[in-house]
Design a protein around this ligand. Structure first.
Ligand code: AMP
Ligand code: MG
Length: 346
C-alpha cells in the first residue's frame, strides 16, 4: 500500500487533509493523525472492524486497550456512564489537552476498544487536526500511538512513516508534537461529603504532560500515583510492559559513577543537559552524545525531544544506549517513567 502524506500547514491544507481523513474513517479505514502528545493511529471507535485494523497494523496484543477521543466533555456520556461530577472540574481545567480519564464504559463501545474491560479511557485533543477530525466525523475516535507495539512513540510524521509506512493509506503531517510524550492517565473519584475537608481523589495511572503539580493547582484535590503494578492485570498496561523501547538495549543510570564501559563495546549517551564537569559527558569516549535539553535543562524541551532522540540513537547501531536520569518532578516524572520502560527488556 502506498502511504500518502498530507501536510496541514495552513487553514486550506488542514481542511483538505481533515476531509480526506474523515472520508477514510467513515469507510472503516485508519489514518495517522497528529495530537499534542504523540501521533495517533486513528479509527472510528464505534466500528469494531476498523479498530481491529489498528490492532493488526500496530501488532498490538488484544489485551492492551485504546484511548478514545471525544469532541468535548458534553460527549463523554456517549462512551462512559456513572461519570463522577469531579471529572467535569478537571475537563474545565485541562481539556482540550493531554489528560485521559478512565471511566466506566457504556455498552455502545465495542469490546475490542477496551480490551474487554468495563472501563474506557477518554480524552479530548487540542491539536487542530485531531480536533477537527473528531468533530467532522461526529463520532468518537480510537487512537493509540502510531507505532508498532512496544516501540518508540512517533512525534513527527517522518517517525510515523518509519513505523507504519506502507501499511496505512494516509499520514497527516501536523509538524512536531507539542508535548512529545503520551497523555497523563487518571482515575477520578468524587469527594466523600462526610469528610471534614472533602477532596477530589485523583490517581495518576500514567505520568504525562499534565503533571501532579498541575493537578494540585486545582485545589481541594488529593493526588496519588498508582504504585508500579506488579500484578497480572495492571490498571494501565502501558505502565508495566517494556514500552517506548528502542531495539538497542538502553540502560538508565542513577549516577555517572555506575558506568563501567566494557572493552570493545560502543556506547551512545543520552544526556539530559549535556556538559557538566562531574557528569556523564566527560566520563567516557562516547560513540555519540545526544542532549535532551541543551544548556537550559528545561523539562518541556527534553520531553519534546525524548522519543526523537531515542529513535536517532537507536539507528546508530551501537551496543548500548546509556541514559542519564532526570529529576522526578513536574514533566521529569513523565520522562523518567518512559526511560524506565525503555530500559526494561521484554
Ligand atoms: P497508547 O494510546 O498507545 O498510549 O495506549 C493507551 C494506554 O492507555 C494503554 O496502554 C493503557 O495503558 C491505557 N488504557 C487504555 N484504556 C484503559 C482502561 N480502560 N483502563 C486502564 N488503562 C487504559
Ligand atoms: Mg502506545
Amino acid at each position: 500500500m502506498e502511504t500518502k502524506i498530507l501536510s496541514a500547514d495552513d487553514t486550506d491544507s488542514t481542511n483538505a487533509a481533515v476531509d480526506e481523513a474523515v472520508a477514510i474513517l467513515n469507510e472503516g479505514g485508519v489514518v495517522a493523525l497528529p495530537t499534542e502528545t504523540v501521533y495517533g493511529l486513528a479509527a472510528d471507535a464505534m466500528n469494531a472492524d476498523a479498530v481491529a485494523q489498528v490492532f493488526a497494523i500496530k501488532e498490538r496484543p488484544s489485551f492492551d486497550p485504546l484511548i478514545v477521543h471525544v469532541q468535548g466533555p458534553e460527549y463523554l456520556d456517549e462512551v462512559a456512564k456513572d461519570i463522577p461530577e469531579s471529572v467535569y472540574e478537571l475537563t474545565d481545567a485541562f481539556w482540550p489537552g493531554a489528560l485521559t480519564f478512565i471511566l466506566p464504559r457504556t455498552e455502545s463501545v465495542p469490546d475490542i476498544v477496551t480490551a474487554g474491560l468495563d472501563t474506557v479511557a477518554v480524552r479530548m485533543s487540542g491539536n487542530p487536526v485531531m480536533k477537527a477530525v473528531v468533530e467532522k466525523l461526529g463520532r468518537p475516535v480510537a487512537a493509540p500511538s502510531a507505532n508498532r507495539f512496544g516501540r518508540i512513540s512517533p512525534t513527527s510524521a517522518a517517525a510515523v512513516e518509519e513505523e507504519l509506512g506502507g501499511k496505512i493509506p494516509l499520514i497527516i503531517n501536523g509538524g512536531a508534537c507539542h508535548w512529545g510524550v503520551e497523555s497523563t492517565i487518571v482515575r477520578v473519584e468524587d469527594p466523600v461529603p462526610t469528610h471534614d475537608k472533602p477532596k477530589i481523589r485523583i490517581t495518576v495511572l500514567r505520568a504525562g504532560p499534565v503533571t501532579v503539580e498541575d493537578l494540585k493547582k486545582l485545589g481541594r484535590v488529593r493526588v496519588e500515583n498508582e504504585p508500579a503494578a506488579s500484578g497480572e492485570t495492571p490498571e494501565a498496561p502501558g505502565r508495566v510492559e517494556s514500552h517506548y523501547a528502542p531495539a538497542t538495549p538502553l540502560r538508565l543510570l542513577s549516577s555517572p559513577k555506575d558506568f563501567v564501559p566494557e572493552e570493545g563495546k560502543r556506547y551512545a549517551l543520552m544526556s539530559f543537559r549535556g556538559l557538566d564537569k562531574d557528569g556523564y559527558v566527560p566520563l567516557h569516549k562516547w560513540e555519540h552524545v545526544e542532549i535532551l535539553s541543551p544548556g537550559s535543562g528545561k523539562l518541556p524541551e527534553a520531553a519534546v525531544r525524548l522519543f526523537h532522540v531515542m529513535r536517532k540513537l537507536d539507528a546508530l547501531g551501537v551496543d548500548e544506549i546509556i541514559a542519564e536520569p532526570v529529576r522526578d518532578h513536574l514533566l521529569g516524572r513523565a520522562i523518567l517513567e518512559r526511560l524506565k520502560r525503555a530500559a526494561i527488556k521484554g
